[in-house]
Ligand binder design. Structure first.
Ligand SMILES: *Cc1c(COP(=O)(O)O)cnc(C)c1O
Length: 339
């Protein structure tokens, strides 16, 4: 099983050897179980299937030049999953169990961690679901937590090249007081029609606006948005944005590189003033934005005229990737080596 063409890996599911699972029953978490089964036996009345009691996470492990495997900021994913659990009334996964599960999956699937220099990584997908049978609308009394791994290549096949986005107003991803700030599947379900239409119309994804006033930028599809102007890294702040750990890290790196950082409402009109723009998340790290087109007005905001990413966007990307692959010193203590 080592005939994987690492350089040509898609961002998709590929079978690995093991996954781990754990059940919450009678008010407590049981032992972590190791399995090779890709399927989950599930009760037909499980609350995740009917009432959307589910949350997931996404994080990566990277192989360095020294061949060591580095896991990036997993504690932040553990915290976020605990917030997601609270948000849809599921049993919280303790940080220690989350860490144990993620590291165990990496160790068990070590041969699937792509070699250094291929641009690929081992993607880890923790999942928490309401597994207890429930017909009335209320939280389940049983939960399942699992983590699986899959080696992934870069999210965008074109590589680190600008992609285009469209501003839409006829779909919302999340309500202002809804579940946009937690990583639950329902937000993704709500975004599918907008993003599939954007793909059909030739865009990488949509820029969702705030659902109430349609004035401010919320998210860039399944990623956070940032813009750069006059030496300032600007990223939207709102209750319906998922707090991206990539964005959190880029804000720190931006300051390290000498940029100022602002986290505030960003109006659509302000798009015209940015020199660079990008979307960020674990999957792609940064997707530089070449152009944003307002689907209703036809107005275009161009950030890349020559088809290349901007200077700051490139520096941010290289620094963060450099840290993740162990090529740049990890001065913030973001990595844990998994032996
Ligand atoms: C997961 C996710 C992101 C990116 O978060 P990272 O922690 O950087 O991977 C951004 N927006 C949405 C809606 C997400 O679900």
């Amino acid at each position: 099983m080592n005939n994987i063409d690492w350089g040509a890996l898609p961002f998709g599911y590929q079978k690995t050897d093991y996954n781990v699972r754990c059940y919450y029953r009678d008010g407590k978490w049981g032992e972590l179980e190791i399995t090779s089964d890709e399927y989950i036996p599930i009760h037909m009345a499980a609350s995740c299937l009917h009432y959307g009691q589910e949350a997931f996470e996404g994080l990566k492990a990277f192989r360095g030049k020294d061949n060591k495997v580095r896991l990036f900021r997993w504690q932040e994913n553990a915290k976020r999953m605990a917030n997601s659990a609270e948000g849809v009334m599921m049993a919280e996964v303790p940080e220690s169990l989350f860490g144990e599960a993620v590291k165990k999956v990496i160790q068990l699937n070590e041969k699937f961690v792509p070699p250094h220099g291929t641009g690929a990584a081992l993607y880890l997908r923790p999942l928490l679901i309401g597994s207890g049978a429930q017909v009335g609308v209320k939280p389940a009394n049983e939960y399942m937590f699992m983590v699986f791994a899959t080696p992934v290549g870069p999210y965008f096949k074109q590589g680190f090249k600008p992609v285009n986005f469209q501003v839409v107003r006829d779909f919302d991803r999340a309500a202002p007081l809804g579940t946009g700030h937690i990583k639950v599947g329902g937000n993704y379900a709500a975004s599918l029609r907008a993003s599939e239409r954007a793909h059909d119309e030739g865009y990488a994804n949509v820029l969702f606006l705030d659902a109430k006033e349609k004035k401010f930028i919320d998210e860039a599809g399944p990623a956070n948005f940032f813009g750069i102007k006059d030496g300032v890294y600007v990223t939207p702040d709102s209750n319906s944005i998922l707090p991206s750990i990539t964005n959190m890290s880029l804000r720190v790196i931006a300051e390290d590189l000498g940029l100022k950082v602002e986290r505030r409402h960003v109006s659509v009109d302000e798009l015209g003033s940015f020199e660079e723009a990008g979307a960020c998340g674990t999957a792609a790290v940064i997707s530089p934005i070449g152009k944003i087109v307002d689907r209703d007005t036809g107005k275009e905001y161009v950030f890349s005229k020559d088809g290349n990413p901007g200077e700051w966007t490139t520096k941010l990307y290289e620094r963060l990737q450099g840290i993740q692959y162990g090529d740049v010193e990890d001065t913030h203590g973001w990595l844990e080596i998994v032996e």
